[in-house]
Design a protein around this ligand. Structure first.
Ligand SMILES: Cc1ncc(COP(=O)(O)OP(=O)(O)O)c(N)n1
Ligand SMILES: Cc1nc(C(=O)O)sc1CCOP(=O)(O)O
Ligand SMILES: [Mg+2]
Length: 208
């Protein structure tokens, strides 16, 4: 499985509907503290917008709802993974992305046979408080070796200018929240991201 080199993460279906039609091919719906009924509706709308644009939707955290709503990719952190029913996720045919922040988390993640591994925060992030110091781009080289053929996602403090730095260090995809959603012109910034990651997208296409 190949991941698009630009991995957009947003907190509403409105964002998905607004930015995915610009050419985004990989998007995560990351909504926190929301009733199930609202989440369901948000997932449905995001799924429809992604289907119309041939974009891969990844649902963060809510693996049961993702199964119920017929989604095919979830992202879980280490605590999410501990609470999740791994067999139910596999039985439903869901692909699984997992967060890692240190070697022991990576070991746990690899044992769960994920479809991608994320490493973060590469740089400081303003989105949420994190107990890990920034990893730095060099750590990606180490993770690249350790994960082998499993796709690797870099996350945390990545901007359109920094995205090539993580892709050059072996990440398959660069994930982003605030550089786009807190930009004064999110559409223009999304286009900048698409342009900055285009060489890696083309390489994926050439490799088939
Ligand atoms: C691509 C990607 N990487 C890491 C995370 C973080 O997941 P988690 O550690 O579960 O934290 P929350 O995002 O749920 O706050 C992610 N969502 N996506
Ligand atoms: C949601 C999340 N998870 C991280 C991790 O390291 O696991 S860093 C992060 C925030 C990413 O947002 P931004 O692109 O605005 O820094
Ligand atoms: Mg989580």
């Amino acid at each position: 499985m190949k991941l698009d080199p630009f991995y957009l993460i947003v907190d509403s279906a409105e964002w998905v509907e607004r930015l995915v039609p610009l050419g985004v091919k990989l998007v995560q719906l990351r909504i926190k503290d929301c009733p199930d009924s609202v989440l369901r509706e948000q997932i449905r709308r995001s799924k429809a917008a992604c289907a119309a644009a041939a974009c891969q939707l990844v649902v963060n955290d809510y693996w049961k709802l993702a199964i119920d709503e017929g989604c095919d990719f979830v992202h879980l952190g280490q605590e999410d993974l501990m609470a999740a029913d791994r067999n139910a996720i596999r039985r439903a045919g869901l692909r699984l992305g997992l967060s890692t922040h240190d070697p022991s988390e990576l070991e746990t993640a690899l044992a769960a046979e994920p479809d991608y591994v994320a490493l973060g925060p590469v740089w400081p992030t303003v989105l949420k408080e994190m107990k890990w110091a920034p990893q730095g781009v060099e750590r990606l080289l180490d993770w690249r070796q350790r994960v082998g053929a499993i796709p690797l996602v870099a996350i945390g403090g990545i901007t359109a200018e920094r995205a090539p730095l993580v892709l050059e260090k072996g990440a398959d995809s660069a994930a982003v929240v605030t550089d786009i959603t807190r930009n004064s012109d999110p559409e223009a910034r999304t286009r900048q991201w698409l342009a900055a990651t285009a060489p890696w997208r083309r390489a994926n296409e050439d490799e088939g």
